[in-house]
Design a protein around this ligand. Structure first.
Ligand code: PMT
Length: 224
């Protein structure tokens, strides 16, 4: 409806896993399906936002009305995202970005031979933290923190370190929560410390709750 503070806002969402090449036929990745990020993109588009969805390799159709950018590695996701840092109103990091990548991907295929071989990994840029570092007071940064049950403090740490306005602490060791399933269990933590535990919800419903909290933030900061 026309009354959403997200109406007409430029929203960038990262989703899915990244793939980090080991050689021409192998990669390091994770179990992210993209479902959570795509659900947020759908919900934001319905609220009238202009949505760009930057996604790693997933098996999901692009939500109607959403601009979709397909990437593979964390470096590619970072380059695609940086284009929007200076001009988006809201950046939501729902992707499971690989923290590390092989230092020197081998061309062709690593041959079987030695009993042990070593793989050196180097750190990837933190995309969301990069946005957090340079955002203006008119821009909002929202992240996820995939943690075990005891990870609430870690989520608060990530919120502060990445200069976020809101973080969704996401249980990965509870049934029907986290990677690949259609449901999720989130706890929303605001930069004012406000904590809202959500029940087990479909990812679509969890996306709506997240956007409700973001709309609330927009109103509090007069960003409507
Ligand atoms: O895709 P699904 O199967 O639906 O699963 C959804 C999900 C579990 C992947 C999603 O809900 C989720 O929790 N995404 C974040 C997972 C994660 O890797 O969290 P993290 O704690 O490593 O990262 C914290 C935040 O920084 C995240 O917002 C992440 O997108 C961002 N980040 C992390 C590393 C990096 N190099 N760049 C980033 O932008």
């Amino acid at each position: 409806s026309g009354s959403s503070p997200l109406q007409g806002k430029s929203v960038v969402i990262t989703a899915g896993p990244t793939r980090e090449k080991i050689d021409g036929v192998r990669f390091i990745s994770n179990y992210s399906s993209g479902k959570m990020g795509f659900a947020i993109a759908r919900a934001a588009e319905k609220r009238g936002a202009l949505v760009t969805l930057i996604t790693g390799p997933v098996h999901l159709p692009a939500p109607p009305g959403v601009e979709r950018l397909d990437v593979e590695s964390a470096l590619e996701m970072n380059a695609a995202a940086e284009v929007f840092f200076g001009k988006c109103d809201l950046f939501i990091g729902a992707a499971a970005v690989s923290d590390y990548r092989p230092a020197t991907p081998i061309e062709g295929k690593i041959k079987k031979g030695a009993e042990n071989i070593e793989l050196t990994l180097v750190k990837n840029p933190d995309i969301l933290a990069g946005f957090g570092r340079q955002k203006s007071s008119a821009q909002l940064a929202v992240g996820f923190a995939l943690e075990t049950r005891t990870g609430l403090d870690n989520a608060r740490k990530k919120l502060a370190e990445k200069n976020l306005d809101l973080i969704a602490f996401n249980y990965f060791d509870r049934k029907n929560s986290g990677f690949d399933v259609d449901t999720n269990i989130l706890t929303l933590i605001g930069c004012d410390g406000m904590t809202t535990e959500l029940p087990l919800l479909t990812k679509d419903a969890a996306a709506e709750k997240l956007l409700d909290a973001i709309e609330q933030l927009c109103l509090e900061r007069a960003l409507n």
